[in-house]
Design a protein around this ligand. Structure first.
Ligand code: NDP
Length: 520
C-alpha cells in the first residue's frame, strides 16, 4: 500500500453493527491512482500476451484462495454489517459463479472469427478481440465483493489490467482480495486496489480505457459524462425502484415470503431489491396479512451474534440510508399510509439498526413509491387490476428490476409490458445470479450490461485485419486494376456494367447475404 498524500486524512472504517473502529486506510487520492495506472500500463501487455488459458488459471487460483480464506467473509461481515448467510450465500457464491461462467464464456467472447467478402472475394478479414488496456472498476459499499472485485473478473479475463476503487465505507474486503491475488502468485500490477474518497474515483475516470461503475444515479451520470468526453466505454449500474406485482392468481404464501426477503435482504440496501409492492384488490387483504406476519417474524441482530446464521437482518451499512427511510416513512404516514410493523431505530443496539418497516395503504404520490429508499422499508399499494399495476410500475425514472407473481401465462404477459431491464416471474432477485444472461438497467438505472458473453466482450475492442486469400492471388490482380492508378476508360466501362449487373438486377442479393440476414 502507498503512503497517503499529506493533505488527506486517513479513511476510518467503522463497523456499522458496533460502531467500533475496524481499521484506518490511506486516502491515496489522485496520486495513488496515477501510481497504480503507471504500474498497470506496464503490466497490461504482458497479461494480454499470457493468453486466455493462463489468465483463466490465475482467476481460478484466486477463487480458491478466496474460498479458503476465513478472513474474507469475516471482513465483509464486519465492514458491511450484513448477516453471514448473505456474505456467503450471495457475495461469495456469486464470485465463484462469475469466475466459473466467465472462464467458459470468455472462450466464445474472445474467439477470433473470419469474415469473407462477397464483393472482394479475394480477401478475408480476421476479427481479433484485443483488450482495452487498463479498466477502472468503481465499487459501492453495499456489496464489497459482488459489485467490486467480482466486476473485475470479465475485464481481467479479456486481457485488461484492472484498478479497483472501492467505496471508502467498505474498502477492507477489496484490500483482502487484492492481497490474496498477489499471495497466489498472480501479477501484482494486473489487479490493484486504490483506497480513497470520491476524488480518487474521479481521477480514475480521467485515466481509464474503460470503466465499470456501480452506485448512485448522480455520480453515475458524472462518470458517464467524463467517459463520454474522453471517448472511453462506460458501463454504469445505478439505482432501482423495483416494483413487485401480485396478481390475484398468485400463490400468495410464496409471494409474501418472496416479498419479505427481497425487500429486506441486506436491510434493503441492494439495487435490485423490492422497493414497492402493487397487489390486486381482491387478494390484497390476505397478501398483506401474510406479508406482515413474515416481516414481524424477522430476527435482527449484530451479524456475529451466535448462533452463526441464526438471524435475518443485520445493520444498515450507510448512515444516510436511515435518514432516507425516516423521511419516506414520515412522508407516507403524513399522506395516510398505515404502519404495519417496524418504524424506528433500534435504541437497544449500539450500531446502525432500523426495524424492518412495512407500510400498507400506500399511494403513488408518496416518496416511498417514487424515490429510491435503499433501506429497510417497503410500502404496499392496492391496485384495481393488472392494467393499473403495469401503469404505476412503469411510472418511474428507473428501470432496473421487477417481479411479477401470478399464473405463469398471465404473469409473463405482464412482465413483457414492464419497462425494466430485468423481470423475474414467480421468484425474486435470483435473476442476478443467472450470469449467463446480460443484466442492465433501462432509463436512469444505467448504461450497458454485466454478465453474459456480452458482458465480457465489451472489455475488448475489435480489430479487423484484412488479408488476401493466397489461392486467389492471381484473381487479385484483376481487382487491383479497379482501384488503382492509372485509371482506364475500359476498366470504368466494365465497372459500370458489372455494378449494374450485380445490384440492379438483384443478382448480388441472390448470391448471398451477410450471416444472420438471410430472408425467406
Ligand atoms: P456514490 O455513487 O457516490 O458512490 C459509489 C462509488 O463511487 C463509491 O466508490 C464512491 O466513492 C465513488 N465516487 C464518489 N464520487 C465519485 C466521483 N466524482 N467520481 C467517481 N467515483 C466517485 O454513492 P453513495 O455511496 O454516496 O450512495 C448514495 C446513494 O446511491 C445511496 O443512498 C443509494 O441510493 C445509491 N446506491 C446505489 C447502489 C447500487 O447498487 N446501484 C450502490 C450504492 C449506493 P466513495 O464511497 O469513497 O465516496
Amino acid at each position: 500500500m502507498t503512503s497517503p498524500p499529506d493533505s488527506a486524512p486517513p479513511i476510518r472504517v467503522v463497523s456499522p453493527a458496533t460502531g467500533e473502529l475496524l481499521a484506518e486506510v490511506p486516502d491515496e487520492g489522485a496520486a495513488g491512482v496515477v501510481r497504480a495506472f503507471a504500474a498497470a500500463r506496464v503490466a497490461a501487455p504482458l497479461w494480454e500476451a499470457a493468453g486466455l488459458g493462463r489468465r483463466a488459471e490465475a482467476l481460478r487460483r484466486w477463487r480458491d484462495a478466496v474460498l479458503d480464506d476465513p478472513e474474507v467473509v469475516r471482513t465483509l461481515v464486519a465492514e458491511s454489517g450484513k448477516p453471514r448467510q448473505e456474505a456467503e450465500g450471495v457475495e461469495l457464491l456469486y464470485f465463484c459463479e462469475v469466475i466459473r461462467f466467465s472462464v467458459r464464456a470468455a472462450r466464445v467472447a474472445l474467439r477470433e472469427e473470419t469474415r469473407s467478402s462477397l464483393l472482394f472475394l479475394v480477401k478475408k478479414t480476421r476479427l481479433v478481440r484485443r483488450p482495452l488496456g487498463v479498466v477502472g472498476v468503481i465499487g459501492p459499499w453495499n456489496f464489497p465483493i459482488l459489485n467490486n472485485a467480482a466486476d473485475a473478473v470479465a475485464p481481467l479475463l479479456s486481457g485488461n489490467a484492472v484498478v479497483l476503487k472501492p467505496s471508502e465505507v467498505t474498502p477492507l474486503t477489496s484490500l483482502r482480495l487484492a492481497e490474496l491475488w498477489r499471495k497466489v502468485g498472480n501479477p501484482a500490477d494486473v489487479f490493484q486496489v486504490v483506497t480513497g474518497r470520491g476524488e480518487a474515483g474521479a481521477a480514475l475516470v480521467e485515466r481509464v480505457d474503460g470503466v465499470m461503475f456501480t452506485g448512485s444515479v448522480a455520480t453515475g451520470r458524472n462518470v458517464a459524462a467524463r467517459a463520454a468526453a474522453r471517448l472511453v466505454p462506460c458501463v454504469t449500474e445505478l439505482g432501482g425502484k423495483s416494483p413487485f406485482i401480485v396478481l390475484a392468481s398468485a400463490d400468495l404464501d410464496r409471494a409474501a415470503e418472496a416479498a419479505a426477503w427481497s425487500s429486506f435482504v441486506h436491510s434493503g440496501q441492494a439495487c435490485i431489491r423490492t422497493e414497492r409492492i402493487y397487489v390486486e384488490e381482491p387478494v390484497a387483504g390476505r397478501f398483506e396479512e401474510l406479508l406482515a406476519g413474515r416481516v414481524r417474524a424477522l430476527r435482527q441482530a449484530p451479524p456475529e451474534t451466535p448462533p452463526p446464521g441464526g438471524h435475518d437482518l443485520g445493520a444498515v451499512t450507510f448512515p444516510r440510508q436511515i435518514e432516507v427511510v425516516e423521511r419516506h416513512l414520515a412522508d407516507a404516514v403524513g399522506k395516510g399510509a398505515r404502519l404495519a410493523c417496524g418504524g424506528k431505530r433500534r435504541a437497544d443496539l449500539a450500531g446502525l439498526f432500523f426495524e424492518p418497516t412495512l407500510l400498507l395503504g400506500a399511494t403513488q404520490e408518496m416518496a416511498a413509491m417514487r424515490e429510491e429508499t435503499f433501506g429497510p422499508l417497503v410500502a404496499v399499494m392496492r391496485v384495481a387490476d393488472a392494467e393499473e399495476a403495469v401503469r404505476l410500475a412503469n411510472e418511474s425514472h428507473l428501470g432496473l428490476n421487477a417481479t411479477v407473481f401470478g399464473a405463469p401465462d398471465e404473469a409473463m404477459a405482464v412482465a413483457r409490458r414492464l419497462e425494466s431491464g430485468q423481470v423475474i416471474v414467480n421468484d425474486v432477485l435470483v435473476n442476478y445470479m443467472v450470469v449467463e444472461a446480460p443484466l442492465g438497467g433501462w432509463k436512469e438505472s444505467g448504461l450497458g450490461v454485466r454478465h453474459g458473453v456480452e458482458g465480457i466482450r465489451q472489455w475488448t475492442r475489435t480489430q479487423a485485419i484484412t488479408v488476401r486469400r493466397p489461392l486467389l492471388a492471381p484473381v487479385e490482380r484483376l481487382f487491383a486494376k479497379l482501384l488503382a492508378f492509372p485509371y482506364d476508360p475500359r476498366v470504368l466501362a466494365a465497372l459500370r456494367r458489372s455494378t449494374r449487373l450485380l445490384y440492379r438486377r438483384g443478382l448480388r442479393a441472390k448470391l448471398g447475404s451477410p450471416p444472420g440476414e438471410r430472408g425467406p
